[in-house]
Design a protein around this ligand. Sequence first.
Ligand code: SAH
Ligand code: SF4
Ligand code: F3S
Length: 478
Amino acid sequence: MEYGNKVIDESKQGQAVTLKKNPKGSKKVYIESYGCQMNFSDSEIVASILQKEGYNTTTDINEADLIFVNTCSIREKAEQTVRKRLNNFHQIKKNNPNAKIGVLGCMAERMKQQLLEEEKLVDMVVGPDAYRDLPNLVKEVETGQKAVNVILSKEETYADISPVRLGGNGVTAFISIMRGCDNMCTFCVVPFTRGRERSRNPETIVQEAQELFDKGYREVTLLGQNVDSYLWYGGGLKKNYENLTEEEKAQSVNFAQLLEKVAQVSPDLRVRFSTSHPKDMTDEVLETMAKYENICKYIHLPLQSGNNRILEMMNRGYTKEWYKNRIDAIRRIMPDCAISTDIIAGFCSETYEEHLDTIDVMNYVKYEYAYMFKYSERPNTLAQRKFKDDVPEDEKTKRLTEIINLQQQHSLERNKAAVGKTFKVLVEGVSKRSAEHLFGRNSQNAVIVFPKKDFKPGDYVNVKVNDCTSATLLGEAV
Ligand code: SAH
Ligand code: SF4
Ligand code: F3S
């Protein structure tokens, strides 16, 4: 699991997706996406912008006029994957010599001109805030020039662009509610690749949720790097509530209020969100979650480390005690809420004893699920400039292995505790292993597989769990 907090299935990384035929056009774009849900959601905006220019999407790279790779910079490995992929394009160019190649997303932002210079085949480099400029950039490359736009914006939220849903199941969809991040965690490239934090107009978010529901979708996931700091006040650039004028306060919408508005679209529309930040997650959000059955009882609350000195060096803005207090609040307000996390092993100067504090918090929470990583130093981040990446690789591996093994125990324990219980499952599709089985999720985000009978994707089915593995629950409709 190497791709970040936002639960993009490993099997979907790099997969190209297609949309319905656009009769107007004959030109074709092939889009491969890497990284977090936000990037996958951005690819849907890119597809929408290009559709207006007469492009169909294709999953056949050899027939594409445009080949786009939407990239991730979060860890070195993520960038290496894309570099390898770009190298494969030499072969593809042999079959499809006229195709233009574009690098989009976070690597485009981080590496800018360097990509055009080093990767001779790349024609276009487009950062995450520049997708509206794609029609112009495409025209530029069509004349044989190279094109770059990596300007970051303080306003862009693509609020008015109705994303083309790519490769989806017609049941669940992402909605970006904000962009960028102002947090400056010292290990993280996101503030550099995605720019300043800004919130999207809530009316356009609710409208998008409504449109999805009307088309038959039954679940939306609201996306942001730190959804708890969502704040609309007539404008979107990050401000704290205390700094708003009276007029701005009067029209302001915070995350709890936004959640409520989206939950009210329909009791049959499930609402999820990612990512929560421990320093900003309020009881108001938790109480709103508890109030609406259709707001899923699942919180992704990245810990990163359980040690106060390391948390301080990471600039996370909370302590171990504060984090545990937030866990207690979740348990108090929603006893049935599942919790997952992100953990980084072997951050700069971390000692083995400090690593044990992370283990300690894991034992306190017993997460349902975790995304676990070795610290990967990223160029130009604060950590790279200020600290030494001095935990030896084999020590990082050892600590990560301990974390992964413990998490596996906890996941299995959690799943075993679900056996015998009945859950309301939203069916997402046919099980990968058997055409006679469907799979879906319960409110707590656990995947449940059960015999198909007459059910279909988009149905809500009550399923009694009778068996489990550490990854999946198995059950029967009741
Ligand atoms: N906004 C989210 C995180 C987005 S990045 C939050 O604040 O929690 C997703 C995850 O990748 C992070 O939670 C972190 O665990 C991991 N990550 C980010 N930078 C990393 C780095 N340099 N090395 C290893 N893991 C990293
Ligand atoms: Fe990165 Fe921290 Fe922002 Fe998350 S909150 S995206 S880890 S800077
Ligand atoms: Fe997402 Fe990777 Fe960028 S995790 S925000 S695509 S660096």
